[in-house]
Design a binder for this molecule. Structure first.
Ligand SMILES: NC(=O)c1ccc[n+]([C@@H]2O[C@H](COP(=O)([O-])OP(=O)(O)OC[C@H]3O[C@@H](n4cnc5c(N)ncnc54)[C@H](OP(=O)(O)O)[C@@H]3O)[C@@H](O)[C@H]2O)c1
Length: 297
C-alpha cells in the first residue's frame, strides 16, 4: 500500500491498521504492514500522511509532513484515559499541537490534572443504555474525532464456563457503549455538516478466535463490524481500525495472570513479556496522536 487518504466530509474510509497483532501466534503469522484498506467511491480527497511508524511506506524519508497552517479546531473524545494506552494518548493530546482543541475524556476514573480545554465525564461503560447526550461538542469545532480506546479483556474463561452477566458487561464496554457514543457523534457531525473520524482501537482478536476470550473476541468483532456499517451509511464519517499490537499495559498484566485452563495461550504472552517484546504505551500513543493530528483539512 503506498498511501492512505481520508475522505474528509465526503465519503467513507474504513481502514485497518495492523502492526503486529496482540498475541504471539498472530505476530508470527502476520506482516507488520498495513494489510487492507476499504474505500468508498473515487472522490478526490485531501491526502494526509499518517504519523509515527504506523505506515512507514508513505514517507520515504521517514519524516511526517506537518500542516502548513494551524488546523481547524477539533473536538477529540477519548474513552479510557485513566491507564494504559488511553492514558498515554491523553498525555500526547495535552501537548502544544492539540492546544486549541476541545478534549472530552470518558471513563470511570478521573485522569490527572485536566486543564480548562478538557472535560472529564465519569461514566461506567459496562452499564446498560449509555447516555451519550451528555457529550457536549463545542459549537466552533470543524472536526470530530472519537478515539474508542476503553476496553476490557475480561471475563477470561472457557466458552463452557463464561458467566452471562460478565459477558453482558464486556459487550457493553467494548461494543454497546462505544456504539452509542459513535451514534451520538455521527448525529452531531451530520447536523453540523462536519467530518467525524472514528479511531477504533481494535485487536487481532476481532478477527480470529482466541481460546478463553469469548467476550473479548465477540465484542471487538462486533464494534468493528458496527462501525464499518456506520461508515458505509454516513457521508460524514470515516472509520479507522487501529490494531496496536502488544502493549505493556495493565490489560497485558491481567492477561499474563490468567490460568492456563482459562486461557491456553497464556504462556505465549508471558514469554513476550519476559523477552521484552512489548511496546510501550507512549510509543503507540505517538502513532495514534499522529493520525489525530493529521485529521485536518
Ligand atoms: N494492551 C494490549 O496489548 C492491547 C492489544 C490490542 C488491543 N488493545 C486495545 O487497546 C485498548 C486499550 O487497552 P489497554 O491495554 O490500555 O487496557 P487497560 O490498561 O486495561 O486500560 C483500559 C482503559 O479502559 C477503561 N475502562 C475499562 N472498563 C471500563 C468501564 N467499565 N467503564 C469505563 N472505562 C473503562 C479503563 O479505565 P478505568 O478502569 O479507570 O475505568 C482504562 O482506562 C483496548 O481497547 C484494548 O482492547 C490492547
Amino acid at each position: 500500500m503506498t498511501g492512505l487518504s481520508f475522505r474528509v466530509g465526503l465519503r467513507i474510509l474504513a481502514s485497518e491498521y495492523k502492526q503486529c497483532g496482540d498475541c504471539r501466534k498472530r505476530v508470527m503469522l502476520r506482516s507488520p504492514a498495513l494489510p487492507s484498506q476499504r474505500r468508498g467511491p473515487a472522490i478526490q480527497p485531501p491526502k494526509i500522511a499518517l504519523g509515527g511508524a504506523v505506515d512507514k511506506s508513505r514517507s520515504g524519508s521517514g519524516t511526517v509532513p506537518m500542516p502548513h497552517s494551524a488546523p481547524p479546531r477539533r473536538s477529540i473524545v477519548l474513552t479510557g484515559a485513566s491507564q494504559g494506552l488511553g492514558k498515554a494518548v491523553c498525555e500526547t493530546l495535552r501537548s502544544e499541537i492539540f492546544a486549541g482543541d476541545q478534549r472530552i475524556l470518558i471513563g470511570r476514573s478521573a485522569t490527572e490534572g485536566p486543564g480548562s480545554a478538557e472535560t472529564f465525564l465519569q461514566r461506567d461503560l459496562s452499564q446498560d443504555r449509555f447516555d451519550a447526550d451528555g457529550i457536549l461538542i463545542a459549537p466552533d469545532v470543524a472536526r470530530l474525532i472519537f478515539v474508542n480506546n476503553a476496553g476490557t479483556v475480561e471475563p477470561i474463561a472457557s466458552f463452557a464456563r463464561i458467566d452471562p452477566i460478565e459477558l453482558h458487561k464486556a459487550m457493553n464496554v467494548n461494543f454497546a457503549s462505544p456504539l452509542a457514543i459513535a451514534q451520538h457523534l455521527a448525529r452531531v457531525a451530520r447536523a453540523r455538516s462536519i467530518p467525524l473520524l472514528v479511531l477504533n482501537v481494535t485487536s487481532g482478536a476481532a478477527l480470529r478466535p482466541v481460546a478463553g476470550w469469548t467476550a473479548y473476541c465477540t465484542s471487538k468483532a462486533a464494534i468493528r463490524s458496527a462501525l464499518d456499517v456506520l461508515a458505509l451509511e454516513e457521508e460524514s464519517v470515516s472509520v479507522l481500525h487501529f490494531d496496536p499490537g502488544v502493549i505493556d499495559t495493565p490489560m497485558q498484566a491481567r492477561i499474563r495472570q490468567s490460568a492456563p485452563e482459562d486461557m491456553p495461550e497464556v504462556d505465549a504472552f508471558r514469554a513476550m513479556a519476559r523477552e521484552n517484546q512489548l511496546q510501550t504505551a507512549a510509543a503507540v500513543a505517538g502513532k495514534l496522536s499522529g493520525i489525530i493530528r493529521d485529521f485536518a483539512a
